[in-house]
Write a protein that binds this ligand. Structure first.
Ligand SMILES: C[S@@+](CC[C@H](N)C(=O)[O-])C[C@H]1O[C@@H](n2cnc3c(N)ncnc32)[C@H](O)[C@@H]1O
Length: 305
């Protein structure tokens, strides 16, 4: 079960009135799509890279046969996928992983559930198992530092390299055990931290395996190719790396992009109490205004400094 975050706030950004066409680029469990469809007689195109989302999309399609469609794919290819379609009035990105993915031990995402290391949202390509067992120690250290902001990245990479000489690191619990070994010596310092010591490393490997940051950057740059002028954009980030890409994109397109809210929108204490996974969510809302000056013949934005 995945509880969608900041639903009322997302609706107030997207304003899905009758006849509007909205993309839910991260369909997941469909929570936001269902809320959008339930709020007015609009149309939603749901998308997700995870084949497991198809079954959930089929149920939404049964409920809203003429107002909903689903496409399996990655949102950095949205421009191609929507190429022949009428342009859209809004788009939602709810970045990161869903509870369906985290809670399914066979997907190998979480240090809290034992399963074969995997972490692939699309179920294809390089897995966390491949990265952990075959990447050079220095590359692992860089990934853990760059995408996890983990100060002990070098020590963790060294411990991984040592452990895999003895036998392959196969499961999420194997990896968690190795990380915990590194932190044994700093156990007292970490005692009061709410984060498990494995959190940052698992986040880093997941971001790398799924190429998450580059996907976001590419998708945001392509928006003018399939959004109408005055379209509304909602982004939900869960950590600073995602949010930084959104902020940089907005900053470099200030003539085409207006912030709807001056400050970020965070879940209320009440929402966090009901759904602790919402605690790090950061919602931003924008309006896209098409400007001929800002567009190149191919439809991409010219970057402005
Ligand atoms: C936080 S969940 C979204 C939850 C959804 N809003 C809901 O209410 O159930 C993120 C979803 O986005 C999908 N996703 C992440 N990166 C993606 C990408 N580059 N392209 C398409 N889907 C992606 C994941 O597979 C996951 O299902």
């Amino acid at each position: 079960m995945h509880t969608p975050v900041l639903v009322t706030e997302v609706l107030s950004i997207l304003k899905p009135t009758s006849g509007k066409r909205i993309i839910d680029a991260t369909f997941g469990g469909g929570g936001h799509s269902i809320a959008i469809l339930g709020s007015s007689d609009c149309y939603v195109l749901g998308m997700d890279r995870d084949p497991d989302a198809i079954d959930r999309a089929v149920k939404v399609k049964a409920e809203y046969p003429s107002n909903f469609d689903f496409v399996l794919g990655e949102f950095d290819k949205l421009a191609n996928l929507t190429g022949d379609l009428e342009k859209f009035d809004g788009i939602l990105f709810d970045f990161g992983v869903s509870s369906f993915q985290i809670d399914d031990s066979s997907r190998g995402f979480a240090f809290s559930h034992d399963g074969k290391l995997d972490m692939r949202m699309s179920k294809c390509g390089l897995s966390a198992f491949d990265v952990i067992n075959s990447f050079e120690e220095k590359d692992l250290a860089e990934i853990i530092w760059k995408y996890g902001d983990e100060p002990k990245s070098r020590e963790i990479a060294a411990e991984i390299a040592k452990a895999r000489k003895i036998s392959k690191i196969t499961t999420t619990f194997d990896l968690r055990h190795i990380i915990r070994n590194v932190f044994r010596t700093v156990a007292i310092k970490k005692k009061h931290s709410k984060l498990d010591v494995a959190t940052k490393t698992f986040q880093a490997i997941r971001i790398f395996v799924n190429n998450e940051l580059s996907q976001i950057d590419t998708a945001l740059r392509q928006l003018p190719q399939f959004l109408k002028s005055s379209a509304r954009i909602a982004t939900i980030s869960f950590h600073a790396l995602e949010d930084r890409i959104v902020k940089n994109w907005a900053r470099s397109n200030l003539t085409n992009i207006n912030y709807i809210n001056k400050s970020i929108i965070k879940p209320s204490n009440e929402e966090i109490k009901k759904n602790p996974r919402a605690r790090s969510a950061i919602l931003r809302g924008f309006v896209y205004n098409e400007s001929e000056v800002g567009r190149q013949p191919g439809g991409d934005w010219r970057r402005r400094s």
